[in-house]
Design a protein around this ligand. Structure first.
Ligand code: DC
Length: 221
């Protein structure tokens, strides 16, 4: 049976940084489910669909095919065979992903892809509903969080390093809105699974969080 590690948590908690490192150390595949939702969001944006137009989104999603492949160990997302990995990291796409992922038509589109990957590989998968919905039987479940201020600060520094001139208050507001929407939606909301371990990374280094998760895995092997 394959080993499955589920990492859920709010935007900006450091899930992907941590999951990539754990994957490398354990020799697992890292599956970024947010990237899948983002690629569908890009599809809706390109079609000019409003985020609140559930009918059009549910119709459009039928023609959107999302697959993933790995190049040098890095996940690449393909949208109708186009590699969109480099196009999905914008705030616009992130906000559309948060808004469109509330619809069951969008969520069910990705569920099989996520479950099939976990059934045939040792994976560490991150998202919002992995421990609660996608992989309820994952051997290790972590709910990774950090305070809103910490997450906003991290995002601010990332953007400054990229040469941008971000507005900290705006980042904080976006994070709060995204947290609210992701955790209050009807379908597979962001929530800590009953059997998940809570890790608050506000005052932890990346290494400390990685070590904590690897120790949880060792206990289960
Ligand atoms: O992790 P991220 O910021 O790339 O995710 C973008 C959005 O996609 C997030 O705000 C909500 C949605 N998402 C989801 O609903 N379920 C997941 N498993 C992963 C992401």
């Amino acid at each position: 049976m394959s080993m499955n590690i589920a990492i859920d948590g709010p935007a900006g908690a450091g899930k992907s940084t941590i999951a990539k490192r754990v994957a490398k150390e354990m020799g697992y595949i890292y599956v970024d489910t947010g990237a899948m939702y983002r690629s569908l969001a890009l599809y809706f944006i390109r079609l000019g669909i409003d985020k609140d137009d559930e009918a059009r989104i549910s119709e459009a999603v039928k023609d959107a095919d999302v697959t993933i492949k790995y190049v040098n160990g890095e996940q690449q997302v393909l949208l109708n065979d186009e590699n969109v990995t480099g196009l999905i990291r914008t705030e616009e796409v992130g906000n559309m992903a948060s808004a469109s992922s509330v619809y069951s038509s969008v969520r069910s589109k990705l569920l099989d892809l996520q479950r099939n990957l976990a059934a045939s590989n040792d994976v560490i998968m991150d998202g919002r509903d992995i421990g609660t919905c996608v992989l309820p039987n994952a051997q290790v479940k972590v709910f990774l969080t950090a305070s809103v201020d910490t997450r906003a600060d991290r995002r601010y520094k990332e953007l400054v390093e990229k040469g941008e001139n971000p507005d900290l208050d705006k980042i904080k507001k976006d994070i709060e809105e995204r947290d609210y929407r992701d955790s209050h939606r009807e379908n597979a909301p962001l929530r800590q699974a009953d059997d998940a371990t809570l890790v608050d990374s506000s005052n932890m280094s990346i290494e400390e969080v990685v070590d904590a998760i690897i120790n949880l895995c060792k206990d289960k092997m």
